[in-house]
Ligand binder design. Structure first.
Ligand code: DX5
Ligand code: ZN
Length: 215
C-alpha cells in the first residue's frame, strides 16, 4: 500500500493536493502531527485534519509525534483519524494507549524511532494494527533512508509471524523509487512517501509507480 505524506503537500493548495490523492492509486493519507517537543518541528494539528477529512475519500493514517498523545485520542477521533499511531518512546503505558485508541473505533498504531529495538514491540504486537517504523529521525520530510531499517523490518516480520499477529509494517521516511523494492522485499506492507511524491513533476504518476513496486 502507498500512503502519501501530506507534510510535503503545498499548503496553499491543500484542497488540490488532497483531491490528487483521492484520484490517485494511493491507499491512505499519511498525516504527520508534530508538537515541537517530541520532535524539533511543528507541523499542523486538529483543524487541518478536520478540513482534510471533509474531502478525503481514503482512510486518514495519523502519525502523532507529540508528547502525552493519550490526552488527545478523543480529539483525533473527532477530527477524523481512522488509524492513530503513537510513538513507543512517548508512551509509558503503551498497552493502555493501544486499547484506548481501539475503544474509540480507530486502528491502533505504534511508531518506533530508528534507535529503538523492535524487540520492545514483542509483547504488544498482537494488540497493534500497524507499526509505523521510522526510517529517518522524525521531524522533517525529505531526509535520507537509514539503511539499518531493512534489518529492523526483517526482525519485526519474524516477531509478527512468531506471534501469529496480523500487524501491518509501514515504513516512514526517505522512501524513493530506488529503494522501494528492497523495502517491500524485506517485509513492508505500507510505504509512506512525502518528498518523492510531491517533488515529482507528476505526483499521480509517481504514486502509480510506487504502487506497482509495492504489489
Ligand atoms: C517524518 C514524517 C514522515 C515524512 C516523510 O517525521 O513522519 O511521514 O513526511 O517524508 P519523506 O517521504 O519526504 O521522507
Ligand atoms: Zn510520518
Amino acid at each position: 500500500m502507498i500512503a502519501p505524506s501530506v507534510l510535503s503537500a503545498d499548503f496553499l493548495n491543500l484542497g488540490r493536493d488532497v483531491q490528487m490523492i483521492n484520484d490517485s492509486q494511493a491507499d491512505w493519507f499519511h498525516i504527520d502531527v508534530m508538537d515541537g517537543r517530541f520532535v524539533p518541528n511543528i507541523s499542523f494539528g486538529l483543524p487541518v485534519l478536520k478540513a482534510i477529512k471533509k474531502v478525503a475519500k481514503k482512510p486518514l493514517d495519523v502519525h502523532l509525534m507529540i508528547v502525552e498523545p493519550e490526552k488527545y485520542f478523543q480529539d483525533f477521533k473527532d477530527a477524523g483519524a481512522d488509524i492513530l499511531s503513537v510513538h513507543i518512546e512517548t508512551s509509558t503505558h503503551l498497552h493502555r494507549s493501544l486499547q484506548a485508541i481501539k475503544a474509540l473505533g480507530m486502528k491502533a498504531g505504534v511508531a518506533i524511532n530508528p534507535h529503538t529495538p523492535v524487540s520492545l514491540l514483542a509483547d504488544v504486537i498482537c494488540d497493534t494494527d500497524l507499526v509505523c517504523m521510522m526510517s529517518v529521525n522524525p521531524g522533517f520530510g525529505g531526509q535520507s533512508f537509514i539503511a539499518n531499517t531493512l534489518n529492523k523490518i526483517k526482525e519485526l516480520k519474524q516477531i509478527i509471524v512468531a506471534k501469529n499477529a496480523s500487524t501491518l509494517i509501514e515504513i516512514d521516511g526517505g522512501v524513493t523509487l530506488a529503494n522501494a523494492a528492497e523495502i517491500v522485499a524485506a517485509g513492508a506492507d505500507v510505504l509512506v512517501a512525502g518528498n518523492t511524491v510531491f517533488s515529482a513533476s507528476n505526483p499521480t504518476d509517481m504514486i502509480a509507480q510506487l504502487k506497482l513496486i509495492s504489489k
